[in-house]
Design a protein around this ligand. Structure first.
Ligand SMILES: *Cc1c(COP(=O)(O)O)cnc(C)c1O
Length: 495
């Protein structure tokens, strides 16, 4: 059938010309990585450049070459900075060059990853099997690649609620039954509160436990809290253990938590978003007990070094995960043959029906580098932070604010003769000056109420000299600030 003159599509009119431009775009992208070490870690996005992007809905076309020019000039330079070797703020991964190409190919294939009969389903299934192998989960376990740690934790907590929250919950909702309780240390990431709200449990469902001097959950207090809750007629259903807390990287005693959960008949979920992938390193023993969890969440876009977004949930009882999420509407009926011979098994394990091919990025990375090398770099990150922490301890003006167990260090400058609130204000100013200098990007947190600078090293590009640069900046900028405190630097209120 001849195509009508008036019919349009979105493909290039001249593929040859487009390929040349596309190569330029790819070159721009790869140059960012090849030259990641050059230039400041971060630079502010100048207001006039940001304003230049404000425009109403473009009704007509712009040449693709001009669109690429805009990207080059106004978008590429003003990134978060986490591809740089001296970015250690929050917990951000760095991305890989092979990941760029994997994403390009996944994007061109554009498969719908609900579980159709296609190569993408096999690749995703294989990548997931590797994840189960890393965490020593059995063949009967299941899991799913999702957008990140929050989504992966939500999957674990949802299955926990549905399996241990009382019969009929899926059908009836939460009305009527005993109030559910989930237990976690006070150091647990904010996903837990958000997910309890989403799941209709309410934040009141969370029993927040105190931590010890190493920021690990107090297991005896946990045991007492469960008994007290049962006495009050509440329904304990889940304990959340941390494999690396977001503040300090502390690892809860996972083996003890697994024992307790078995005794009490509770679901044991582990949030390994920050530290779970230490299982790939020689430090796996630090996470002993994680392999006994009912569910584990972890992030490949953090310590897996992959591009955003990719996290993963594993569920020991694969059938339970499917019970929580499987749906079979008429329009998804399986036909035994054809492109959808069986149920859409990937969509049936989570809340997304349409899913992208993020799994390819993981598959390509593990094939290209091998799990051993990724594990060695995780070790390298741990060693780098341990060495940095030792240098901080040795500096009279610097102090560590929390023990270092994985890849996180919390520290501050001790300026002479300042009160605690003044130290907080001083250290915040120091943090901001370091970020604005472009030398490095640490972030901040509060440790026992005190303002702390914080680094979390999930950066495969960092070298030891990069941490020396941060130390030098801390001493130089801190020293200058001490010599000439700014007038605006008022003591932070204690909130
Ligand atoms: C980052 C993080 C999360 C949230 O993961 P996202 O990928 O940002 O959704 C949860 N828990 C911990 C400990 C984290 O570090």
């Amino acid at each position: 059938m001849a195509m009508l003159e008036t019919e349009e599509n979105l493909d290039p009119e001249d593929w040859g010309a487009f390929r040349a431009l596309a190569r330029r775009g790819l070159d721009d992208a790869l140059s960012l990585l090849e030259e990641a070490r050059e230039g400041p870690v971060w630079r502010p996005f100048p207001e006039e450049k940001a304003r230049g992007l404000e425009e109403p809905l473009p009704r007509g076309p712009m040449a693709f070459s001009q669109v690429l020019d805009l990207l080059r000039e106004r978008v590429l330079p003003y990134r978060t900075g986490n591809i740089h070797p001296r970015f250690w703020g929050w917990v951000m991964g760095t991305g890989t060059a092979d990941g760029v190409v994997a994403d390009l190919i996944a994007s061109a294939m554009n498969p719908h990853c609900a579980g159709y009969d296609q190569s993408a389903s096999v690749i995703e299934g294989r990548a997931l099997a590797w994840m189960r192998e890393i965490f020593r989960f059995p063949a009967t376990s299941a899991g799913l690649f999702v957008s990140g740690g929050t989504a992966a934790n939500l999957i674990g907590l949802t299955v926990a609620r549905n399996e241990r929250g009382g019969a009929g919950l899926k059908q009836q909702g939460l009305r009527g039954g005993a109030a559910l309780r989930v237990y976690a240390s006070a150091e647990t990431h904010s996903w837990l509160g958000a997910c309890c709200e989403l799941l209709g449990l309410g934040r009141a469902a969370i029993c927040e436990l105190a931590v010890d001097d190493d920021f690990r959950i107090d297991v005896e207090a946990l045991r007492r809290a469960i008994a007290e809750d049962r006495e009050r007629g509440l329904l304990p259903f889940c304990v959340v253990g941390n494999a690396g807390t977001v503040n300090t990287g502390a690892v809860d005693p996972l083996d003890e938590l697994a024992d307790l959960c078995r005794e009490e008949g509770l679901w044991f979920h582990v949030d390994g978003a920050l530290g779970g992938l230490a299982m790939l390193s020689s430090r796996g023993a630090l996470l002993a007990g994680i392999e006994r969890a009912d569910s584990v969440a972890f992030d490949l876009h953090k310590w897996g070094y992959l591009q955003y977004e990719i996290g993963c949930a594993l569920v020991r009882d694969g059938a339970a995960q499917a019970r929580s999420f499987a749906a079979s509407p008429a329009y998804l009926e399986a036909h035994g043959r054809g492109i959808q011979p069986g149920p859409l098994i990937l969509a049936d394990l989570g809340i997304q029906l349409s899913r992208g091919f993020r799994a390819l990025r993981a598959w390509v990375a593990f094939k290209t580098h091998g799990a051993d090398k990724i594990g060695r770099i995780i070790d390298q990150n741990i060693d780098q932070v341990a060495a940095f922490a030792a240098r901080v301890k040795a500096e009279p003006r610097l102090e560590l604010l929390a023990p270092v167990s994985l890849n996180v260090a919390c520290f501050r400058y001790r300026a002479e003769g300042l009160t605690e609130p003044e130290q907080d204000a001083f250290n915040r100013e120091l943090l901001l000056r370091i970020q604005e200098s472009g030398i490095a990007v640490p972030s901040s947190t509060r440790i026992r109420g005190r303002f702390a600078l914080r680094i979390a090293n999930a950066n495969h590009r960092s070298r030891s000299c990069d941490f020396e640069s941060l130390l030098a900046a801390l001493k130089d900028i801190g020293g200058a600030l001490e010599a000439a405190p700014t007038r605006g630097m008022v003591a932070m209120s204690e909130d």
